[in-house]
Ligand binder design. Structure first.
Ligand SMILES: NC(=O)c1ccc[n+]([C@@H]2O[C@H](COP(=O)([O-])OP(=O)(O)OC[C@H]3O[C@@H](n4cnc5c(N)ncnc54)[C@H](O)[C@@H]3O)[C@@H](O)[C@H]2O)c1
Ligand SMILES: [Zn+2]
Length: 402
């Protein structure tokens, strides 16, 4: 039985409105003369790249921009970014964007440091040592990638997502400036926001660290639920409950933007140490079948998985209900836990996340294949509080058809 746990994070974290203004001095403190921004065209057009250029120009750091980032990043985008980095020889990489661009930047930093090609590092703890110096700045409030140990990429030819998972992937600096999320359209705000909730819920209800079934000698960044992650996840859930609707309704509500930015980072800190579980395993399959954005898929599936896990996690589920603003006084544990599920269902409806998979074009015939694909993602399934069979996954997916 393993009863010890660790906590890993970005080396340093700077949080707050206007934090982008400190980018110049931070880059300078890392000895930077030449920096490559990894981003996408939408963010160039939204003026966000100009916002990072200004503080860097003030300290005479040369800036080049790779703007070929794409959502659910395909390998070709990563390879293009590596080609540009090899050519321009920066001494610091800056990943600017949602999870997609940040994950591209992480993969580039791995290959810049260790050579070879991206897929050489697919899997858990394959990266052999520290990566190329990297700063990450999120422009969505969702993935928490700015502090996590993962880079999630898409190999469209080989059929689907794969991950590079290593504590070396956490950047030197995560700079979280909620003002960078103000230009997020409501759909992106909703999808990324409910992804953050999913991270927090999956970490908070995960299998306990001492019960985590880690085979002898196996190394992984995930380690099951532990007390520090619990604190972070609880706060993240509360912040999402308080701010996500407002951030979707009015993108200029800065208090809501700040609350969601904090929620996403805290949830990232929690899940990247504890693990994510069945929602994320099923999301891989849903993404393959329907090409839904990651956050939309996670949000769609979340209440169905919570219902499946409730019996194993009554105390935590009741607390989630409370954190989401439900009055559970006088309710028995089962009813209180169910309130967490209905609270998430209402949140989904209010922010426009599809209720069921049929809304995104999935048919009953696809379910067995999807369950099979999800059952292959053992690395995260073992984080779930209830052990699951392929049949269990199939029933959850059937219930999620809607
Ligand atoms: N590395 C991790 O730990 C981790 C965790 C969860 C998810 N992910 C991955 O992250 C990706 C999803 O990331 P995401 O939800 O942040 O979305 P995203 O990065 O895919 O961005 C979605 C769209 O929103 C646009 N956008 C982003 N910020 C904007 C802004 N401020 N203004 C206007 N438009 C903006 C982007 O240009 C893009 O077109 C998926 O590939 C998922 O698998 C990674
Ligand atoms: Zn996620």
């Amino acid at each position: 039985m393993r009863t010890t746990w660790t906590f890993h994070n970005a080396e340093q974290l700077l949080f707050g409105r206007g934090a982008v203004g400190q980018l110049g001095e931070i880059a300078e403190s890392l000895g930077t003369r030449r920096l490559l921004v990894i981003t996408d065209k939408t963010l160039v057009d939204a003026g966000l790249v100009d916002q990072v250029r200004a503080p860097l120009a003030a300290v005479d750091i040369a800036v080049e921009v790779f703007d070929g980032g794409e959502p659910e990043p395909p390998l070709h985008a990563v390879n293009d970014a590596i080609a540009m980095a090899t050519e321009s020889k920066p001494d610091l990489l800056l990943g600017l964007g949602g999870g997609s661009n940040m994950d591209i930047a992480k993969a580039v930093a791995v290959v810049m440091a260790h050579g070879g090609s991206v897929k050489d590092y697919a899997g858990d703890q394959i990266v052999p040592g520290p990566i190329f110096p990297l700063i990450l700045m999120p422009t969505t409030a969702g993935t928490g990638s700015e502090v996590t140990a993962a880079s999630v990429l898409c190999d469209t030819d080989a059929g689907g997502k794969f991950g590079i998972l290593s504590n070396h992937l956490r950047p030197k600096f995560a700079i979280v400036d909620p003002m960078l999320t103000v230009s997020c359209p409501p759909k992106v705000t909703a999808a990324s926001g409910i992804d953050a909730l999913t991270h927090a819920v999956e970490a908070y209800t995960a299998i306990d660290n001492e019960d985590f079934p880690l085979p002898e000698g196996e190394r992984t960044v995930y380690q099951g639920r532990h007390p520090l992650a619990d604190v972070l996840a609880e706060r993240a859930i509360e912040l999402v409950g308080r701010h996500l609707r407002s951030a979707v309704e009015d993108g200029n509500d800065l208090e809501a933007r700040e609350g969601m930015a904090l929620a996403a980072t805290l949830a990232g800190m929690a899940f990247s140490n504890v693990g994510v579980a069945v929602v994320h395993a099923l999301e891989y399959a849903l993404n393959q079948a329907a090409h839904t954005p990651h956050g939309t898929g996670c949000g769609l599936l979340l209440p169905f998985v919570m219902r499946f896990n409730a019996s194993a996690r009554l105390t935590q589920m009741s607390r989630i209900a409370e954190l989401l603003g439900e009055d559970i006084a006088g309710l028995d544990a089962e009813t209180a836990a169910n309130r967490a599920v209905t609270a998430v269902e209402r949140l989904k409806a209010d922010i426009g996340i599809p209720t069921g998979m049929s809304e995104v074009g999935v048919t009953a015939e696809q379910v067995p294949e999807m369950a099979k694909a999800a059952f292959g993602v053992k690395r995260i399934l073992r984080v779930n509080p209830r052990s699951v069979t392929q049949d269990d996954l199939e029933s959850i997916l059937q219930s999620a058809l809607g």
